[in-house]
Structures are given as C-alpha cells and as structure tokens.
Design a protein around this ligand. Structure first.
Ligand SMILES: *Cc1c(COP(=O)(O)O)cnc(C)c1O
Length: 419
C-alpha cells in the first residue's frame, strides 16, 4: 500500500534502480530554472544529452569526408540503418529481418497498405478502432477512395459499448463473425492514443487471420512503452514513430515491421526505389529491379542520417537500460500515480485507462467531469505539462526513463489544488 506523503515519494525515488537515467536527459525548465513536470513523453519524448554528440559525429564526418562518409568513419552512412536494426527489433519483440527504420509513420502506413491492402470486389473493407488516431483514419479512408470504395460504407469501426470507453476483444470477434468475409484489412492501434489501452495484439491477429484478413498494428504509443511480441503475435505488419517514447526528436523517422512469413515473397505488390533493390548491385545502375529480403525490401530512398543518428543515441540508451527494467519501473510508477489520483476526494475524476497493468502502458487518461480546457491551462501555468483531449480528458504519461515519483506526487498535488 502506498502513502500520500512527499516523504514517501522521496523514498520511492531513492529506491528506484533507474533513478540515475533522468540525469541523462535535458529536462525543460521555466524562466526561473525550475524543472517542468513533464508528462507528455507520449507526444514528444525528451532529448537525451548524448543525442547532440551522435549528430555532431555525423556532421564532422560529412565535413571531413564529403561523399566518402558513406564508407568512411566509425558509422558509415551506406549501412547506417543497419546499426539501428537489432536494438529496434528488441524493443518490439521482432527478428532483425523483420525490422527497418525509414520514412515517417503515416507514409509507412501507406507503403505497407500498398502491399497488405489488396481489395477485391467482395473483400475490400478496412476495420479500425473507433478512437483511432486521426492520421490513421485519414490514411485508411484515402486508401479506400484510391481503390474506388466509399469510406462511409467500407470503413468499419470497432467501438466501445454504450457507456464504456474501452474496447472488448469479444466485440471484435462478433464484428468479424458478421462482416469478416468482406473485410480485407484490420489496422489497429496497439496502444490506443486516447485511452492508453494496450490491446491483445496476438488475439487480434488470430481473429483477423481466421477470416482471411491481413492485420496491421500501429505501435506509435506502444514502442518503448510496452513490450509487444510482434513476431510471436503473427501480425502481418506494424509501424511506429520514434519521437514519442523513443525520444529521437520532433518529426523523426518511423520503425517498420513486416513479419518473417512475408520476408522472402518477391511477388507481394510494393513500390520500389533504389534502396529496396539488392544491395550488391544497387550501384550497378543498369540492373533490373531485384527486391531485397525482409523489411528492408520496403525502403525507397537513401535515409536521412542526422535523424537516424538521434535514433541511434536513443536506442543505445534503451539497450543499456533494458526494456524489462523500464517496464518494471513503468508499472510501479503508473500504479503509484493511479493510487494518488484515487485518493483525491471527489466524484468528478475517472481514470478511463484499464486498471490491469497488462492492458496499459505508462499513460493514464483522466476524465475530469465538468472541466474544460482552462484546467489544462492552469496546470501548464504551474509547470505541469500534460495533453488535453476534448471534451474533458487529461492524458498524462509518467515515463520511466526520466519521470520521478516526486514528479508524480507534485503533479497530483497541483491537480488537487485546482479542482
Ligand atoms: C503520433 C501518431 C501518428 C503520427 O504520424 P506521423 O506520420 O509521424 O505524423 C500517427 N498515428 C498514431 C497512432 C500516432 O500515435
């Protein structure tokens, strides 16, 4: 049982084996130099101090070697994306051949749908969750239109039940029993951005595949937050950004997963560029197209090294700290946060994120009855950085990499004083 004192939060920080990691980040401060209580690592993760050094190294190599930097220096640019693969694969429970870092997230969803959304006259619908992130919804709606279908009819939503906020797997099963024969693709957020619900990816894949649907997962809110096992889940593909929990900077690149079962299939429809052409003959520019195996076979362009350097810095930290340890702290920190929220003496607050730690990451989505955005502004004025979703939800992510138990304690004290 937790306690509600500052003294107790200090003890938790003292006993936290990952407390030292916070020192390795730049924590934003107000004008007086007071550190912000930063709870939006689910939107833009903070900057690791080492990132600058990793990017500088590439700037120096560019200055020193020019085009020869593709082959020279400690981390030559030609195979640069390969330096990211193993560590990224570890984070999402994949095999190296299943993972590549390239482009940005929504772009990758489209590229993957080129391969895995193959509608026919009778099997053409796409299923998403009703609270899907807007970009994902726009992406699938535009794919439907591009293939000549009307999203009003062909976009199917998996919805929470009346009066509920969370999705139930048995409702997905029901939907698939009724309409599965017409559905070509399921594209689901593995961790829902709004509620923080971590869905059972393996069950989704099994249910979808039983009806002959392809299954894709958007892991934007999952990568670096929860420990999915993408390979074992059997999903066909997944994609995620790296600027949220993966701390690699605004607008940074996206990770892509294509299951090993598709790794050697050269017949899959896909778009091509020189970067998914066989490495061995890539610069022998007269060869006809010979697609690479594995997830690398979805690349198009030579990648932006400066952004990849930031990802490399972050992945090195994840490898040092370990997902296991992060997840351990995450469950404790979020559990403590939940406890403190529950101690607030009011009926106006409801946490809509699942209570079961297995069904959530670090984020809690807190519904405040009768509140409006002025609550969010007042929190911000007091250095509490959170995310507001209309009509009345505050999304807060205590991130185990850099948030402390004292951050959580102080945040809840300030929230209490504003209610
Ligand atoms: C953050 C997020 C995006 C953002 O997409 P970009 O292409 O990186 O701008 C898309 N989908 C989900 C589910 C997200 O959480």
């Amino acid at each position: 049982m937790h306690k509600t004192t500052l003294q107790y939060a200090k003890v938790l920080d003292k006993e936290d084996p990952l407390a030292y990691v916070r020192e390795q980040f730049h924590i934003p401060t107000d004008q007086e130099g007071k550190e912000w209580l930063y709870f939006t690592g689910n939107s833009l993760g903070l900057q690791p101090k080492r990132t600058q050094q990793y990017i500088n190294q590439e700037l120096q190599d560019w200055a020193k070697y020019g085009v020869e930097g593709h082959f020279e220096g400690e981390t030559p640019w030609l195979p640069y994306h390969e330096f990211l693969t193993d560590k990224m694969a570890n984070i999402v429970g994949a095999k190296p051949i299943e993972v590549v870092v390239m482009n940005t997230l929504t772009t990758n969803l489209h590229l993957l749908m080129v391969s895995f959304y193959q509608p026919t006259k009778n099997k053409y619908k796409i299923l998403i969750e009703s609270d899907a992130f807007p970009s994902d919804r726009y992406a699938v709606a535009s794919q439907l239109k591009f293939h000549g279908f009307d999203p009003r009819e062909a976009l199917i939503e998996w919805k929470p039940r009346e009066g509920e906020e969370l999705l139930r797997i048995e409702d997905l099963e029901e939907l698939l029993n009724h309409q599965g024969d017409e559905i070509a693709l399921l594209l689901i957020g593995g961790v829902n951005y709004y509620t923080g619900q971590f869905l059972d990816i393996k069950s989704i894949a099994t249910l979808g595949h039983a009806k002959g649907c392809k299954v894709g997962i958007d892991l934007a809110h999952g990568a670096g937050n929860v420990q999915p096992d993408l390979h074992d889940s059997g999903v066909d593909f997944a994609a995620w950004c790296t600027y949220k929990y993966l701390n690699s900077g605004p607008g940074s690149l996206s990770g892509v997963f294509v299951h090993e079962k598709h790794a050697y299939n050269k017949e899959l429809p896909r778009f091509a560029g020189w970067w998914n052409h066989n490495k061995k003959t890539r610069f022998n520019m007269r060869q006809s197209f010979d697609v690479m195996q594995g997830a690398e076979g979805w690349q198009l362009s030579n990648p932006p090294i400066l952004s990849m350097a930031a990802i490399r810095a972050s992945l090195d930290m994840f490898a040092e700290v370990g997902m296991e340890a992060l997840r351990n702290k995450s469950e404790k920190l979020t559990g403590y946060f939940e406890f403190l929220i529950q101690q607030i003496d009011t009926d106006d607050i409801k946490i809509i994120t699942p209570e079961n730690p297995v069904e959530r990451g670090c984020q809690l989505s807190i519904q405040v009855k009768n509140a409006d955005k002025s609550l969010h502004h007042k929190l911000t004025e007091q250095n509490v950085i959170t995310d507001w979703r209309e009509p009345d939800v505050i999304r807060c992510a205590p991130v185990p990499m850099y948030n402390s138990y004292q951050d959580v304690f102080m945040m809840v004290e300030i929230l209490k004083s504003l209610l």
